[in-house]
Design a protein around this ligand. Structure first.
Ligand SMILES: [Zn+2]
Length: 370
């Protein structure tokens, strides 16, 4: 039952200091006017004001819900900053230096990603460092599993480039740390965010010791990668597993993908650690895919079962996307409840229980008329 397992949840206010704004001039001139054109009108001929969706209110909503409705077994602790050496395991030195040069400035790093003020780079260091702290916690047996409420997210960032609101690839930094520091031979990264984790895929494409399994809404949905035939490269061929899905795919499709594709892949790969890029934007309210809270509960049940069987329960999740603060918080809570030992919920067809109740109400009237 809930509370049977310890879950370390990392939440650190330094990650709130990343406060991107959409009003900054873009880099450089020609790109500037093109992107402005797209964002201002969205091609609809309407003046639409674009605000930056990846804002601090996302993670404060999660934190607030965990304080208002605490989960037995869940312990909240602050995070840690990643060191240069830890970041260099997956990012080039020149990329890390170029970010540091922007400290104190507000600037667009890429077509869809802003860095702003001194706080942004530190927030990104804390996001990546907190995933490392979470990995340390499960290897040191300080907790059964761990969840990092991190931002900026990470899975679109590759070795040399910020993209999709991501600066450092947090989950990749965590995987590299598990291998370098804890001698984990094989690490599985599951990415259930609605968007393809293109940065993570790039970083480990040729690495057979890291398996990358990604369910996402298929191209041309952002970022446009994650096709079925992207299976890894060179020595890493076969350890990249993409599951591109239609936008109306919901709980049952996701569970089937996990049971029919992930489970046999994990039986074959036998990881020492399971990491999860736990974006919550496949929830139906985000208009990307059609999952419900019960779906997150069920998927977590599958992952915990795999972690228990193959890697002494070692399961570490890090937040990625999720832009509706209310549903993001509830998806996270549903996930944490199962990590803490709660029974996974069996998803049902939405509305069925309500129709059954309403049918009882109306049917009594019809029974009288017979
Ligand atoms: Zn996403």
């Amino acid at each position: 039952m809930t509370g049977d397992r310890d879950v370390l949840v990392i939440y650190d206010e330094r990650m709130l200091q990343h406060r991107p704004e959409a009003e900054e001039p873009f880099l450089p001139g020609r790109m500037n006017s093109r992107v402005r054109g797209i964002l201002d009108g969205l091609g609809l001929g309407v003046e639409a004001k674009w605000s930056y969706p990846e804002h601090p209110g996302r993670v404060t909503a999660v934190h607030d819900l965990l304080l208002a409705e605490p989960i037995p077994g869940v312990r909240l602790v602050p995070g840690e900053k990643a060191t240069l050496e830890q970041l260099q395991r997956v990012h080039t030195t020149s990329y890390i230096e170029s970010l540091h040069e922007l400290e104190g400035q507000q600037a667009w790093l890429d077509i869809d990603t802003t860095a702003i003020s001194a706080g942004s780079i530190e927030a990104a260091q804390v996001a990546a460092g907190s995933v490392i702290a979470a990995v340390d916690a499960v290897f040191e047996d300080k907790s059964d599993s761990a969840f990092v409420i991190c931002r900026p997210p990470g899975h679109h960032a590759n070795a040399v480039r910020a993209r999709g609101f991501c600066l450092f690839n947090n989950i990749a930094v965590g995987a590299a740390h598990a291998q370098a520091h804890w001698d984990a031979e094989r690490v599985l990264i599951v990415d259930w965010d609605a968007h393809h984790g293109n940065g993570t895929q790039d970083i480990f494409a040729a690495d057979p010791s890291v398996m990358f399994f990604d369910t996402h809404r298929a191209a041309p949905f952002y970022p446009g990668t994650g096709q079925l035939d992207e299976v890894g490269e060179g020595l890493g061929e076969g350890t990249t597993v993409n599951v591109p899905l239609p936008g109306d795919a919901g709980d049952r499709a996701m569970i089937m993908a996990f049971e029919r594709i992930l489970v046999p892949a994990v039986e074959w790969f036998k990881p020492d650690l399971i990491l999860v890029s736990a974006g919550m934007d496949a929830h139906i309210t985000e208009l990307c895919m059609a999952m419900t809270y019960d779906g997150y509960s069920a998927l977590t049940g599958i992952l915990q079962r795999l972690a228990d069987k193959h890697c002494k329960g070692r399961l570490v999740m890090a937040l990625e996307g999720g832009y509706n603060p209310d549903t993001l918080a509830k998806c996270t809570r549903a996930t944490l409840d199962v990590m803490a030992g709660g029974e996974p919920v069996e998803p049902r067809e939405p509305g069925m229980a309500e129709v059954a109740e309403i049918a009882d109400f109306h049917n009594s009237a019809f029974a009288d008329s017979e």
